[in-house]
Design a protein around this ligand. Structure first.
Ligand SMILES: Nc1ncnc2c1ncn2[C@@H]1O[C@H](COP(=O)(O)OP(=O)(O)O)[C@@H](O)[C@H]1O
Ligand SMILES: Nc1ccn([C@@H]2O[C@H](COP(=O)(O)OP(=O)(O)O)[C@@H](O)[C@H]2O)c(=O)n1
Length: 216
């Protein structure tokens, strides 16, 4: 590949953006950052320290102290931490601190795939390819439910659906960097696509962009 490649992937909870991001990063030899883990990391640090989730001064301090290299997916991906993460994610100074770190990650060679809520709109507005991944709330709740059950946990489908819908509303309704597709994002509705089909569709978009770039 010639030149740096940045791929931005956004979408709501359990739409499949992380799965897609990991596969695209492996396929194109890029580094990957799941930016959701950074918000989850701040929330977990506050919870572990017995601190409130709604004190912006304390939360900003935790965000500035966060080490991107020390994010433990196994611990942070717990369903309940997603809700806490969406509460700290409404605070502008927390977002500024994390976006600085995310941009530093994105700018290092040979390029990167970042997934989250505001990658195409705020973190990497100049990304080469932007994907906005969606699926119906019911499909997403079923995926998350299955993920928890397969991991040996117990989960209530109705509760997960309610959690996802509440988090969607908070993420789309906040003032700072709400979840929305960038004007130049490609919409990928995975409601009726399996992982392989979604990956092939994404590769097609990236390859088209790379071919156009090589022509210029
Ligand atoms: N297209 C798809 N079809 C079926 N299951 C999927 C698809 N994409 C992702 N999944 C599964 O759904 C769950 C949530 O996917 P994930 O990539 O973690 O979503 P997100 O990062 O958007 O929260 C995972 O268990 C994943 O394996
Ligand atoms: N770039 C990002 C990524 C996550 N977030 C917040 O962090 C929460 C957890 O994100 P996540 O991507 O780990 O959640 P899932 O989609 O994996 O359930 C989201 O609900 C958002 O509130 C954000 O605001 N901006």
């Amino acid at each position: 590949m010639s030149g740096r490649l940045t791929i931005a992937i956004d979408g709501p909870a359990a739409s499949g953006k992380g799965t897609l991001a990991r596969r695209l990063a492996a396929h194109y030899g890029l580094r990957h950052l799941d930016t959701g883990l950074t918000y989850r990391g701040v929330a977990k640090a506050l919870i572990d320290a017995g601190q409130p989730l709604d004190d912006e001064t304390i939360a900003e301090k935790a965000a500035r102290a966060l080490d991107l290299g020390a994010l433990d997916r196994a611990v942070l991906s717990e369903h309940g931490i997603g809700e806490a993460a969406s509460k700290v994610a409404v605070m502008p100074s927390v977002r500024t601190a994390l976006v600085d770190k995310q941009r530093a990650f994105a700018s290092a060679p040979p390029g990167a795939v970042l997934d989250g809520r505001d990658i195409g709109t705020v973190v990497c507005p100049d990304a080469d390819v932007k994907l906005y991944v969606i699926a119906s709330a019911e499909v997403r709740a079923t995926r998350r439910w299955r993920e928890i059950m397969d991991g040996g946990g117990s989960a209530d489908y109705a509760q997960i659906l309610a959690d996802i819908e509440r988090r969607d509303a908070r993420d789309m309704g906040r003032k700072d960097s709400p979840l929305r597709p960038a004007d130049d994002a490609h919409l990928l509705d995975t409601s009726e696509m399996d992982i392989e089909t979604a990956f092939q569709a994404a590769c097609k978009l990236v390859d088209t962009r790379l071919a156009a770039r090589n022509e210029n």
